[in-house]
Write a protein that binds this ligand. Structure first.
Ligand code: TRP
Length: 334
């Protein structure tokens, strides 16, 4: 039996952090052997709200490639491709665009939120506005069965399914599938400052590319219990980022020790610095191999780009077939 196809994408706008690692990257590494896997570096989508900063998007591609390599994505197994190198996606986009309405996009909850954030009001750039259709084209370019994404992307997949159904129905064909979202287990990774989410603009991230010294510095700055002044004050474990990270990064063999530390923290018989020392040790076990591989990746940037370009060619030829079938349905093949 043929393996099912999965497709995910990232906007190349910066380096990845431990929230990405726990939230989606680890999952991709697991899925790459089970499925026929496509990972898109969505540089055209990234330009839709960074068109005046192309260097950021260009540099972002290299950062993504290094991060992928570092976490163990297998470049010979997964098809890592660059969106702008698969122009058939734009072609599929324009064919799909006949089936999308302004109202439908306006009602897309993700677009609504982003419109409010960007305060575009009456001057919304079309490049931004139509990106749900373009993202549907990403998915249909390889006719993906599954799309591993976070919850915020569900409306995009719903739109893609709708466009696929309308296209098929109009021409009486069965060309575009019904992609399904694959929601990972929700893992909330707070920022080192205690903010609910880790985010580049919040300046509260631990990056996969951080050196050991940077990691140590950040770990010792992690938000704990601000009301605890002395080591013998009883402390709070809930909402304490040091313990949240300990839970996320420790393995089974360390659980007992960590539970004991939590007990002592609540009692006021352990110092913050001791907890953070342990945290650094636990996180470094996970992050060191990633850091080492990232160093390796930096030495082979050209090779990684070359592999991504080769995969882009593979994806191009698959997308060509999809686009040709669509053309045939629309009676524009000559
Ligand atoms: N919009 C996605 C994000 O911001 C990235 C993305 C682009 C994507 N194309 C995709 C995700 C196709 C899934 C499938 O995270």
């Amino acid at each position: 039996m043929e393996k099912k196809r999965i497709l995910t994408g990232d906007r190349p706008t910066g380096k990845l952090h431990i929230g990405h690692l726990l939230g989606s990257l680890s999952n991709r590494v697991k899925l790459q052997y089970e499925y026929d896997s496509f990972i898109e570096i969505a540089n055209i989508q990234a330009l839709s709200d960074n068109f005046n900063n192309p260097s950021k998007v260009k540099d972002g591609i290299i950062e993504l490639l290094c991060d992928y390599y570092a976490v163990g994505i297998d470049f010979d197994k997964a098809n890592i491709f660059i969106q702008s190198e698969v122009p058939q996606i734009h072609e599929i986009f324009i064919y799909l665009a006949n089936f999308a309405t302004v109202q439908q996009i306006q009602h897309n909850p993700t677009i609504k939120t982003e419109m409010a954030q960007n305060r575009y009001e009456a001057s919304t750039p079309l490049g931004f506005f139509f990106y749900p259709i373009h993202q549907a084209a990403d998915i249909f370019s390889v006719n993906a069965d599954l799309v591993p994404v976070g919850k915020d992307q569900l409306p995009m997949i719903e739109d893609a399914r709708e466009l696929g159904r309308r296209f098929n129905k109009t021409y009486g064909v069965d060309i575009l599938g019904q992609p399904e979202a694959l929601l990972g287990t929700k893992i909330n990774v707070p920022g080192i400052d205690g903010a609910e989410k880790m985010g580049k603009s919040l300046n509260n991230c631990i990056y996969l590319s951080d050196s050991q010294e940077e990691l140590k510095k950040k770990v010792f700055k992690v938000y704990t219990d601000p009301t605890r002044i002395h080591a013998d004050d009883p402390g709070q474990v809930e909402g304490n980022v040091a313990f949240t990270y300990l839970d996320l990064f420790s393995d089974e063999s360390q659980k007992e020790e960590i539970e004991d530390m939590k007990r002592r923290y609540r009692e006021g018989t352990i110092k913050d610095i001791e907890v953070k020392g342990k945290l650094f040790e636990v996180m470094d076990v996970v992050l060191k191999p990633i850091r080492d591989r990232r160093k390796e990746a930096e030495e082979m940037k050209d090779e990684l780009v070359k592999k991504a370009l080769n995969s882009s060619r593979v994806v191009s030829s698959i997308a060509r077939e999809t686009a040709d079938e669509m053309k045939k349905a629309m009676k524009i093949e000559f």
